[in-house]
Write a protein that binds this ligand. Sequence first.
Ligand SMILES: Cc1cc2nc3c(=O)[nH]c(=O)nc-3n(C[C@H](O)[C@H](O)[C@H](O)COP(=O)(O)OP(=O)(O)OC[C@H]3O[C@@H](n4cnc5c(N)ncnc54)[C@H](O)[C@@H]3O)c2cc1C
Length: 229
Amino acid sequence: MGRLHIKRITHANVQMPNSIEFQPVECTVVINAAGANSGKVAEMVGIGFGPQGMVEGTPIPVEPRKRYIYVVHCPHGPGMDTPFLVDYSGVYLRREGLGGNYITGLSPDEVEEPNSTNLDVDHDFFHEKIWPNLAHRVPAFECLKVTSAWAGFYDYNTFDQNGLLGIHHQVRNMYFATGFSGHGLQQSPAIGRAMAELILDGSYQTLNLSALDVKRIFYEEPLLEKNIV
Ligand SMILES: Cc1cc2nc3c(=O)[nH]c(=O)nc-3n(C[C@H](O)[C@H](O)[C@H](O)COP(=O)(O)OP(=O)(O)OC[C@H]3O[C@@H](n4cnc5c(N)ncnc54)[C@H](O)[C@@H]3O)c2cc1C
């Protein structure tokens, strides 16, 4: 790698709710934890616009990917006997309360990625891709009714579908805690603690999360997550 042009962020322009103005807020450290928007926030400080193959030219590979959750009512379903189920097809299911309700979903194949510029729900996706697999695995689900559905954006790390943590090589006071690719909620207590240690103590103290260091994108060393649902 060539000589790196080191940068530091001195302030962030913050827009408060109900305001049209951006106010500069001085800072010593910035944490890019902007979820699905993290790649775009990194672009705001110029990350990814340098020569290709160099740190400056390597974008933060996190982008929004739309995922659907469907709530179904199945009066004769397994109820309290329902484990958290992940079928071989990738369809997942869990019980939602005690009234015969369940939530289910599936990540689409790479080639079928839906348009991620809106949060519209594709109901055909449930009928064509989820329901047949669900009913095959648990025949009681042959009889169900979709009662509601919603869509959200996965904070999808296109490089290896795992979290990206730690300080950026070029922008030396920008830390990353992003790219959790649909499993960020369950990791969040550990991530919060480890990031606090990294920033306040300068290194991980109780949890060594260095395997998730953002530098692996510069060295092209993926830590591939295979079990994404
Ligand atoms: C349908 C769906 C199902 C999921 N199911 C699970 C699950 O079962 N288990 C699990 O562990 N995870 C699950 N996830 C993933 C989980 O929700 C995310 O990984 C997690 O929310 C990531 O947390 P975060 O704090 O990094 O980002 P987020 O929760 O996305 O928070 C990012 C924040 O940054 C803010 N922001 C963005 N841009 C800017 C900006 N320019 N300036 C200021 N603020 C900004 C946003 O408003 C937001 O508040 C699911 C996600 C989806 C969409």
